[in-house]
Design a protein around this ligand. Structure first.
Ligand code: HEM
Ligand SMILES: *[C@@H]1O[C@H](CO)[C@@H](O)[C@H](O)[C@H]1NC(C)=O
Length: 488
């Protein structure tokens, strides 16, 4: 009797010990974790930012967390960040494959695909296609300017009034990437775009939200009809909408004369008929990835930009003076004009710095056993880049905690880009839409500021600059008053 009791105790003890999460040897430190739960109790699920700041203060710039049973390392500060994603680039270029969002997106596309052939080929394909296009007869700049005309039309209708710019900027960003992908834009009340934008924003919020965290922590709840199902439904809706669009292209395209990215992809499929990497299903997810990545990011950056410009009218005015001077006699701005607009450049970069649009980047994963800041990190560890920590880092910026374009100007008033500026991340996984995004931000902001004044409405109260938390940060909804500038 006594012996079997002791044996039973041993067994129980042994099982608990096995379940108890342990950090590997010389792993970055972090709070002790519980079996199954990991560190979930250390974080307030609705908005973990403050808790994470506390952890960083106790454990340093490189610390670790258990997300359920999985280990994650959080990287803060420019030094460790560069060591990981630039110096040891390929070691850190993977993507975790066992999260909510992987299941939702079926492990296809480009953004969340692990380091390997499919990712590399799709990335290369996208970059090459973006570069060659122009696309068909029109340059990328022209496509952006075309869309700006629709923004102007919307603003013209609201002169003297206060409008909510959220939907307008979301649709504009979405249309620009749609021009590149599908060769078409959509009216702002079109069903395709309305449903797509809604699905995107919902997925973005769900993915960083409490239900996804529970999904990642408790594998056994994954099949249950809980709110995270919405993510799966939305992706299915998107897939179905895209299917229609892609089938249309198949009917109307002229092989060898692609007019947009989808038609380039279909040509590529013709060239490699037996290659499973380039397939209809891949194209569907790939197009959705590019559309998604190009919509919420650019539009939230623009929204933050105008929020700040309205509340710092002297900065808005100085932009306008520079724009008027450089564009005098020209009917519109081109991207090359940025070289003559150091102040405008500084403002746009400062907007990107404070808007921090993708605060935790996209999660990376180590592709082999490696080292960081003297710690050992095994293959398959989730890596969370805290881009916010870099953009606010003391010692890297003249004014880390305020909105001030001087952060990007030297004593001579010339534009300079500090090392710690990395809203697009860096290394092999760096945002592949950077070129497009920068062109959009410049042309849209310059063109609109040249023609309009943007004014914080009298009845709007004090502005709230704290963003809404998600994969992408968005400013709280606001209204802006539009006035035609007399000089333009
Ligand atoms: C202001 C706008 C934008 C910001 C701040 C932004 C930021 C980012 C960031 C932080 C990442 C993660 C990089 C990493 O994992 O290290 C990323 C990835 C990506 N972005 Fe952007 N992005 C923007 C616009 C765009 C646009 C317009 C596109 C157009 C297609 C795009 C396409 C992508 C894609 C495909 C990836 C995944 C790259 C990969 O995994 O290899 N982004 N972006
Ligand atoms: C990222 O850095 C910011 C600023 O230092 C901090 O407030 C936030 O909690 C950090 N997030 C994580 C995940 O460590």
């Amino acid at each position: 009797m006594f012996v079997s009791l002791v044996l039973l105790w041993f067994c129980v003890f042994f099982v608990i010990l096995q379940l108890w999460p342990k950090r590997p040897k010389n792993f970055p430190p972090g709070p002790p974790a519980l079996p199954i739960l990991g560190n979930i109790l250390h974080l307030r699920i609705q908005n973990p930012l403050e808790d994470l700041e506390r952890l960083r203060k106790s454990y340093g710039n490189v610390y670790s967390l258990f997300i359920g049973p999985n280990l994650a390392v959080v990287i803060n500060g420019v030094k460790a960040m560069k060591e990981a994603i630039v110096t040891k680039a390929t070691d850190f270029a993977g993507r975790p494959q066992d999260l909510f969002i992987n299941d939702v997106t079926h492990r296809k596309g480009v953004i969340l695909v692990d380091y390997g052939t499919s990712w590399r080929e799709h990335r290369r394909f996208a970059l090459m296609t973006f570069r060659n296009f122009g696309l068909g007869k029109k340059s990328m700049e022209e496509r952006i300017h075309d869309e700006i005309q629709y923004i102007i039309k919307t603003l013209d209708k609201n002169i003297g009034k206060a409008l909510s710019p959220q939907v307008m900027f979301h649709n504009a960003a979405s249309n620009i990437i749609c021009q590149v992908l599908f060769g078409t834009r959509f009216e702002y009340d079109d069903d395709f775009i309305r449903v797509t934008v809604r699905c995107f924003t919902e997925i973005s919020k769900i993915t960083n939200g409490p239900w996804a965290m529970l999904y990642d922590t408790f594998p056994f709840i994954r099949k249950l009809p809980l709110p995270f199902r919405k993510g799966f439904e939305n992706v299915e809706t998107l897939r179905f909408l895209l299917l229609g669009l892609l089938n249309e292209h198949k009917k109307t395209r002229v092989p060898g004369e692609p007019q947009d990215l989808v038609e380039c992809y279909l040509d590529e499929m013709d060239k490699r008929p037996d290659d499973p990497l380039f397939s209809d299903e891949q194209l569907n997810r790939f197009a959705a990835d590019l559309h998604f990545a190009g919509t919420d990011t650019t539009s939230n950056t623009l929204l933050t930009g105008f929020l700040y410009l309205m509340n710092y009218p002297h900065i808005q005015e100085r932009c306008q003076q520079e724009i008027d001077k450089v564009l005098e006699g020209k009917d519109r701005a081109c991207f090359d004009d940025r070289h003559n607009m150091p102040y405008m450049q500084a403002v746009i970069h400062e907007v990107q710095r404070v808007s921090n649009t993708v605060p935790l980047s996209v999660f990376h994963c180590t592709t082999k056993d490696t080292q960081l800041a003297g710690y050992s990190i095994p293959k398959g560890t989730t890596i969370i880049q805290n881009l916010t920590s870099v953009h606010n880092e003391e010692g890297q910026w003249k004014y880390p905690h305020e909105f001030n374009p001087e952060n990007f100007l030297n004593d001579q008033g010339e534009f300079v880009k500090p090392d710690a500026f990395m809203p697009f991340s860096a290394g092999p996984r760096m945002c592949l839409g950077e070129g497009l995004a920068r062109m959009e931000l410049f042309l849209i902001m310059v063109t609109l500021l040249r023609k309009f004044n943007f004014i914080w409405p009298d009845d709007a109260g004090k502005p709230d600059f704290t963003p809404v938390y998600g994969v992408t940060l968005s400013p709280r909804p606001y209204r802006m008053k539009v006035q035609l500038r007399s000089s333009a």
